[in-house]
Design a protein around this ligand. Sequence first.
Ligand code: IVH
Length: 650
Amino acid sequence: MDKKHYLESVSKLNKFAHYYYVLDDPLTTDEVYDKLYHEVLQYEETHPLEVAENSPTQRVGGSPLEKFTKASHPSRMWSLEDIFNADELKKWLEKTQKLVDDISFYCEPKFDGASLNLIYDGGVLVQAITRGDGVVGEDVTQNSKTIQSVPLKIAHLEKIEIRGEVVIFKDEFEKINQERMKAGEALFANPRNAAAGSLRQLDSKITAKRNLVFLPYGIGTNTLEEPLLHKRMELVYSWGFRTPPRRKTTAGFEAIEAIYEQMKSERESYDMMLDGMVIKVDQVEAQEEMGYTVKVPRWAVAYKFPAVEKITTLKDIILQVGRSGAVTPVAVVEKVDLDGAMVERASLHNFDEIDRKDVRIGDKVIILRSGDVIPKIVKVLVHERDGSQKPYIRPTTCPVCDSELLDEGALTKCQNLACSARVVNAIIYFASKPCLNIDGLGEKIVETLYNEGLIKSVTDLFSLELDQLLALEGFKEKKSQKLLDAIAKSRGVECWRFINALGIEHIGEVASKTLCENFGLEFDSVSKETLIGIDGFGEEMANSLLEFVRVNAEHIQTLKNILQPVAPEVKEEVVENPFKSKTIVLTGTMSESRGNIKKLLESLGAKVSGSVSKKTDYLICGEDAGSKYDKAQSLGVETLTEAEMREMLS
Ligand code: IVH
């Protein structure tokens, strides 16, 4: 690679990253990106003086800091006044219109994260400072460079401050907390804390891993001449920043109220948490005329959404026993309104989390709803204790069947296979949508049938009779017949639903489909080696499946006989050859297109994959094989030239 090619590659990578992280519209695959990135990195290693300021390699983070240094904002970062209802909005608009007439307003979401000031000079990001007290914050330049949606270079040479909010998307927040739970670490209370905590990491390599997102909302010191705020923001977005999920320039109470209602109703569907809508005077000159109070601008206001976070009292902790025997604590709280839903129950994750948070019955707690349905207890207000709170004692016996519990720290299990809670939940799961999808067989009815002694396991469902149902309270002829018909209809169920319905640990919907595609109804007689050879199948999954089919062979056969599940056509048998069932990766330039060679190998029963891993059987190399060859070497994967491949076939 020469210098010209290097610089071209850097801008190509930046374009890919821009489409991926800013526009949410990937232009290429990870593989292509990684290959080019690797080439750029190699060039930089041999030409350290030529490393471009905006090279994506500059985003990986540097050596950890001892502490953050303080830094002053070139101009002050302001806060916002909050309003909560239409009356307050009306008043605010009247006041504003009195100060300046003929104004319009720029409306955009209020993002719930940590604010950050980015200073660009000469088109280059020179410093990034947290809000702090608005005058002085902390220098987090190193960390901010790891945020992919923070441009390292912009097409504007004069000095400018771009202000915005650093957030963590809701799904990323869930993922981080899942990982922290597995590692036995304290969980983040909400996406805002996760974002703020990640931004203020002394080790920027940790920040780099957190997938933070920067959303610009304003401009500090600048030399722009454009008189309208929304036009200025369009300019900012055009320099490579993310746009908000909704923005509108409008005027008048009704129009503003309408866009507020719209944003509020869409709020759940956004990737990030919002806590309101910000309304700003669009005319910059008018903003300057109106000025500031001690803390907030007079030309902007935050119209808050109803809270998804509330303080309530923990009344009790009850226990739930799942179909796998997992016993989980559930908080019973004083009823509160969380953004329109009356909430009485909240998740507490597990017993370790109760200990870690030192949750006590009677505590004041903060509960949060973040996109998903079940709210969680995220914080205990320890300073509100008055001595009447009672520590929680972990259960040692199952609340349903009284047998001894197995305590594995994060996971507590009832080991009694006949525990009625386990059995009932297994039947409910068996009948649920992603499984047999039996219409009308929900929680209540399963419980009734079980409690009346009509079913003891899933197989009993298929010998239920009309008379038995009619004898139950509330079961009229029509309802009973409908239920029996729905159960009968599950005969001939799709194979993957059948596998999923078995409720095998670690084997969910996706794995069930994979099993079904590969082995059809023979999924229960596959060797461990073959299972692990499948893309997406790990050791844990394979072990779980093998153990399940070993213990439940008879049960599976009985169910197969009753349900007669239907498998898709099993792939045609291919003749024996050295590549059958092998995982192969192609690289380099070959005598014909790689697509053709891929087709050839697939027709021989091989699986052709895009990247080299431990599971790759052969890497087949054409000319100029690149990083894949190195990877195959380092993993000890066998490599073949194209000629060698052809020889093996002849
Ligand atoms: S404007 C001069 N716009 O909310 C105006 N702030 O409660 C100053 N925030 O410190 C702020 N989204 O961190 C503005 N669209 C948005 C915002 C936003 C989130 C944060 C920001 C600010 C805080 C004030």
